[in-house]
Design a protein around this ligand. Structure first.
Ligand code: NAP
Length: 286
């Protein structure tokens, strides 16, 4: 029950109306029996500083940060975890003992959650796309000790920047989606991760396309695990095709829930919520 003692956690972004975080986070807070609610607050660029400073003064116990503020909040935080620094993106904040924002990023832990028990060390992987999510995915695959990480993108400049960014840590292979070598890599891959938004349900009509078109997937075979970061629709067109070819598939809901579990743990100094509590709430809603 919401009372005059209830505090809140908020998602700050723009837009936020499509977000599923309130559904799964309120289920988690209820499970933990905490007198807290989770709400989504749309916030324009020019209001970000004002909103974050105001929230320090009231009964706000933590924040999630989403597009377009994941980089902009850096200047407003006094403590930043090594992983958020490395990814150049923040998705979770809480107030420290000095009432200043302490920040981290839970996307890497969220991404690796469904992969942890699949023995991927020394295996070959491909990432599709070279945007923000690709950074977390690359870091996750480095942490899991994959032997090869190839990034296939349509965008040469963000691809080059990404490769440079991980230069000191790992030798990524980068290629454009129309490169002939892509088919060889797909044939050999143990894991392919889609981080492009292609296949995502969009308002108005059902998107039925595959990343880089149908012909791009002709060499996919059953030994490859296909992980799509998109969670709506479930399954995505890519996961439907992959399942038809006999591949193991993983959808983006697992990452979404797992990064949310890690945020809860950050806000509450270590409390844990079972995965199914949050995923059941989402499945019921979707
Ligand atoms: P982003 O920074 O905009 O990056 C998207 C990447 O996909 C860019 O490299 C972009 O290339 C490429 N791309 C966009 N449209 C494309 C198209 N039609 N064909 C080929 N490539 C295309 O976005 P992001 O933050 O990385 O997020 C990417 C996706 O991951 C979104 O669908 C998001 O919802 C999902 N995601 C899911 C989770 C989860 O928890 N499950 C977490 C994070 C992200 P250009 O630069 O050329 O546009």
């Amino acid at each position: 029950m919401i009372s005059s003692k209830t505090s809140f956690i908020a998602l700050i972004g723009n837009p936020v109306s499509h977000s599923l975080s309130p559904i799964m986070q309120n289920a988690a807070l209820q499970y933990l029996g905490l007198d807290l609610i989770y709400i989504a607050i749309p916030c324009k660029d020019e209001d970000l500083e004002l909103v974050l400073n105001s929230f320090k003064k009231i009964n706000c116990k933590g924040l999630n940060i989403t597009i377009p503020h994941k980089e902009k909040v850096f200047n407003l935080c006094s403590e930043i975890s090594p992983i958020a620094n490395k990814l150049k993106a923040i998705n979770t904040l809480k107030l420290n003992s000095k009432k200043e924002w302490s920040a981290t990023n839970t996307d890497v832990e969220g991404f690796v959650y469904p992969l942890k028990n699949l023995n991927l060390a020394k295996k070959k992987s491909i990432i599709l796309g070279s945007g923000g999510a690709a950074r977390s995915v690359i870091q996750g695959l480095i942490n899991l000790n994959l032997s090869t990480i190839s990034v296939i993108s349509r965008n040469k400049s963000s691809l080059d920047e990404l490769i440079k960014n991980f230069d000191s840590q790992f030798q990524l292979q980068g290629l454009l989606n129309n490169d002939d070598q892509a088919q060889f890599l797909i044939r050999e891959a143990d894991l392919i991760v889609n981080t492009t938004p292609v296949g995502m349900k969009t308002t108005g009509y059902e998107n039925i396309v595959l990343p880089y078109g149908e012909a791009f997937w002709r060499s996919l075979n059953s030994k490859t695990i296909v992980y799509d970061l998109i969670y709506n629709p479930a399954p995505t067109p890519l996961l439907k095709l992959s399942a038809k070819k006999g591949c193991m598939t993983i959808d983006g809901l697992e990452m979404l829930v797992a990064q949310g579990m890690k945020s809860i743990s950050f806000w509450t100094d270590g409390l844990e919520v079972p995965f199914h509590v949050m995923s059941d709430a989402l499945k019921k809603y979707l």
